[in-house]
Design a protein around this ligand. Sequence first.
Ligand code: FES
Ligand SMILES: [Fe+2]
Length: 324
Amino acid sequence: MIKNQWYAVLPSKAVRQNRIVAAKRLNLELAFFRTESGALGCVADQCTHRGAALSKGVVKGECISCPFHALEFDATGACRFIPANGKASTQNIERYNVKHYPVREAHGIIYLWYGEEGKEIEELPFFPDELDESYAFSELEDHWNSHYSRCIENQLDVVHVPIVHYNTIGRGNKTLVNGPRVEYTDGVILTSANNETDQGQKPKPPAQCVIKPTYLKFRFPNIWLNHISDRVKVMIYFAPVDEENTVLYIRFYSKATGMRWLNQIIAQIGKPMNKVIERQDKRVVITQKPKVSSFRSGEKLLTGDGPILMYRKIRDEYQTKSAE
Ligand code: FES
Ligand SMILES: [Fe+2]
């Protein structure tokens, strides 16, 4: 995992008011909760008293209460009340504080800060140039037994499209991979497929290819966009669970018409198709070994794997930097 980044980890709607949700993310067992006032909190899902899972407790006003002996913790993880000691005893209560994790919300997504507290970046990763409130979207969720690096690479893989998706988005047997051209600026990888039917011609080198209007964009650390047209887009956030598991949240965005209700229907119609495509990918990606991809893995990449190589290189740079 790359440190000191905001990771998109859960849909906002997964954590309802007065509810606590257990979720493993970034190798951490976490309890996400929304208090009575609607404030979002995230703490380690392990009580400091005797280790019970706080996610099995309940929300009490602006705190959560442990299911075992009812110690109460607020959204910053601070211990506020120990029933066994009584209301009058607050001495050294901070000794029971649980580890808390900064969380923020935008675009219906919960972002978790993974790294040093106090070093939070202001901006949350998203695609403000491509997606705004005028779009309607549907969201599909699926669990893959793969590390998130492999899931992301799959979405940057223009070589697999005519093979894995031969009867869906890769129809037409365009197996010859020109380029592709790959650009990188400020945490964003940009590329587009430029495949052709193999009629004996040589593939064009990346320098002779352009970024097409139908492009792919990846923003570190874990969100991706397929710009299908100015009115239709697919966005995925890859929530890292641990070294071998990822939850994918796939959104189909539409503003194909001027009517929001109709766009909503179109977004819903796009969902089953996305599911078919996603299952085609999943079947293969979960078999990849080793589970975690790496810049120094020794895998024998093709010229067409340029976007994957770029992802590995930049990820490696981020990792080196965050380890310093
Ligand atoms: S284990 Fe949580 S209050 Fe005792
Ligand atoms: Fe795919």
